[in-house]
Design a protein around this ligand. Structure first.
Ligand SMILES: Nc1nc2c(ncn2[C@@H]2O[C@H](COP(=O)(O)OP(=O)(O)OP(=O)(O)O)[C@@H](O)[C@H]2O)c(=O)[nH]1
Ligand SMILES: [Mg+2]
Length: 219
């Protein structure tokens, strides 16, 4: 395909996605539902974060989860153990897409009791590139980077940090065991998105969770 045609096609795909995202957003607003889209590379700790969050917030907020993966229902099984409504999307059944789209979310919404929820998490497919391009109609994008991934990652994968409403630096319990320069990591996040709030936390120890739960409870 010629470069110009390819750009046209990509532009159309994104425009079609944005229309459905706007419909989702209207629906969420009517329901008074806060929707948080969690983006990170594979293994940064998205599911672990959700598992550690549910118990801490469930007395104040009714939580549901939509989780996207290319294959398996492993993450949904982990979340279901915490006794909250969860829907697993596996993209291998429609081409193995590396991200979730607004139309996929719209379909998944039929499988979850939206009226009974206050807070809906979307765990996007593990990937620090494509998910950042697709608006789902969420209220906030939370981009997560674990301290094991390297200080340079915000510079190499800029969009995920530029579109984020909140950045989480995860697995901080591991910092004493690593040669990670946390000041450089923070500076690289700031370089990509000077105004974004950054939370540093560990789903293993609970460090940093008070600020995260407080952020989630904000209207
Ligand atoms: N030490 C430490 N390990 C963590 C923490 N959070 C997650 N992990 C570990 O990191 C690994 C990946 O965690 P997951 O929660 O599966 O990561 P994920 O981002 O959901 O992965 P995908 O869904 O495959 O993209 C697991 O072995 C977790 O136990 C943390 O705060 N500290
Ligand atoms: Mg996961």
């Amino acid at each position: 395909m010629e470069a110009g045609k390819r750009i046209n096609v990509v532009t159309k795909i994104l425009a079609a996605n944005d229309r459905v995202a706007d419909e989702n957003r209207r629906r969420f607003a009517e329901l008074g539902l806060k929707v948080v889209n969690l983006i990170s590379s594979p293994g940064a700790g998205k599911t672990a974060l959700l598992e550690a969050t549910i118990g801490r917030i469930r007395k104040d907020r009714r939580v549901g989860v939509i989780v996207g993966d290319i294959a398996t229902t492993k993450d949904a099984e982990r979340i279901a153990k915490h006794d909250v409504p969860v829907v697993q999307i596996t993209t291998e059944s429609f081409g193995g897409s590396c991200h979730l789209e607004a139309s996929t979310i719209r379909q998944a919404l039929d499988e979850i009791p939206l009226k009974e929820l206050d807070l809906l998490f979307v765990e996007n497919v593990g990937n620090l590139v494509c998910p950042a391009e697709f608006d789902l109609g969420e209220q906030a994008k939370v981009s997560m980077l674990s301290v094991t991934e390297g200080e340079d990652k915000p510079l190499k994968y800029p969009l995920a940090f530029q579109v984020a409403n909140l950045v989480i630096l995860s697995k901080v319990d591991l910092v004493p065991h690593l040669r990670v320069d946390m000041e450089a990591l923070r500076a690289n996040v700031r370089q990509m998105n000077p105004k974004v709030r950054t939370l540093e936390l560990s789903s293993q120890t609970g460090e940093g969770f008070d600020a995260w739960i407080e952020w989630l409870k904000k209207p």
